[in-house]
Write a protein that binds this ligand. Structure first.
Ligand code: UD1
Length: 341
């Protein structure tokens, strides 16, 4: 058995898929989640897939006594993957204090406690949003960090800076920042997937809810962008591929292979796909039509961004592998599973 890993936000979308990949790679996982945007039953889904139930602590990482109790109850944690954060871009504009308080306090608490409890390695969920609107695509890790367009994006930028400062100060920890592009899809088993609260803000959950008839039609925000079909371009990365990048990052730090105490990787496919192309891919993959119409641009949207993942490919030995049609089928199976209750 490999070391014990704490996954904060481990019942969430990316956290749950990462827990599965960690367990399948032999790691022993402890999850902490306050269930603010996920459900306890996700732990059952993880167990159904892997045959092992991860330890689950219901609690809030902004609370130091809760975290201390966790480290006392589960001694020997060697790594943390920090998914726990608020992540709705629009909401962050309405409630900036909530976003700064939540996302930054969680990070500070964890970084503070790591040396005390002998935790060596930290993986941080960052986002391609730190780049703002790119000057050129595909974008590499060396691209400039531009002013964030939302408090959510600002928390990612500030968090990256905090981690760098803590490591520079001599803290005996290692960290990897993973800048995710657009994570989509669900586990092929349909045991776990994305569970948005209320009306989905992100493209794929809205698309699958429209396909199944929960929503009347998908609004495609903007068809007058300077892109071949006029709709925005993103790098859609399969959540299971993304989850595997976390395992690679941890393996690297815990085996002492990291070149620097702080490393940064883009986690994307390297392929830009337009919103319209994604809708077409869904229809082709599933044979199900998605009623859609063009709507005005959404404020704050970036026109086009896709990753240059060469660094992750070469240094981490990680590649996005899954065909977009398979990804779309996985999202559809999950939506159907949700509909079946
Ligand atoms: C945003 C954030 C990203 C964050 C992610 C997770 C920015 C710039 N990006 O990604 O950092 O990690 O959310 O929540 O802040 N679209 C439609 N119709 C819809 C929904 C979306 O056309 O109903 C379009 C959007 O205009 C966009 C694309 O689909 O062009 C992807 O949107 P979405 O899934 O919300 O992700 P991002 O905005 O790219």
């Amino acid at each position: 058995m490999k070391p014990k890993i704490l996954v904060t936000g481990g019942t969430g979308f990316i956290g749950s898929h990462t827990t599965v990949e960690l367990q399948q790679a032999g790691y022993d996982v402890v999850i902490i989640d306050n269930l603010s945007n996920s459900k306890r039953e996700v732990v059952d889904g993880i167990e159904h897939i892997t045959g092992t139930r991860p330890a689950f602590v219901e609690g809030d990482c902004t609370d130091m006594p809760t975290l201390r109790r966790l480290f006392e109850d589960y001694p020997g944690i060697k790594g943390i993957i920090n998914f726990a954060a608020s992540k709705a871009v629009g909401e962050s504009v309405q409630k900036p204090i909530l976003y700064y308080r939540n996302n930054l306090n969680i990070l500070l608490n964890l970084l503070d406690l790591m040396p005390e409890y002998g935790v060596e390695a930290f993986v941080f969920s960052s986002s391609c949003t730190v780049y703002g609107e790119p000057d050129q695509n595909p974008i590499t890790e060396a691209a400039p960090i531009k002013k964030a367009t939302s408090p959510y994006g600002a928390t990612k930028q500030i968090s990256e800076g905090i981690i760098a400062d803590v490591i520079r100060s001599g803290s005996p920890i290692k960290a990897v920042l993973l800048r995710y592009f657009n994570p989509i899809g669900a586990h092929p088993s349909a045991e776990i997937g994305e569970l948005p609260n209320g009306v989905p803000q992100n493209l794929v959950p809205f698309l699958t809810q429209t396909a199944i008839g929960i929503r009347k039609e998908l609004s495609i925000f903007g068809n007058d962008y300077s892109t071949p079909d006029g709709t925005c371009i993103r790098d859609f990365i399969y959540v299971v591929d993304l989850a595997q990048a976390h395992v690679k990052a941890l393996d690297r730090m815990l085996s002492g292979d990291n070149a620097e105490p702080l490393e940064v990787f883009n986690i994307g496919t390297g392929q830009g796909l337009s919103v319209l192309q994604l809708v077409n891919a869904f229809e082709q993959a599933t044979g199900v039509k998605v009623p859609h119409r063009f709507a005005p641009r959404r404020e704050g949207d970036i026109e086009q961004i896709w990753a240059d993942p060469a660094r992750a490919n070469q240094v981490l030995g990680w590649h996005a592998q899954t065909d977009i049609l398979d990804v779309m089928r996985s999202a559809w199976r999950w939506q159907q599973r949700l509909a079946d209750g």
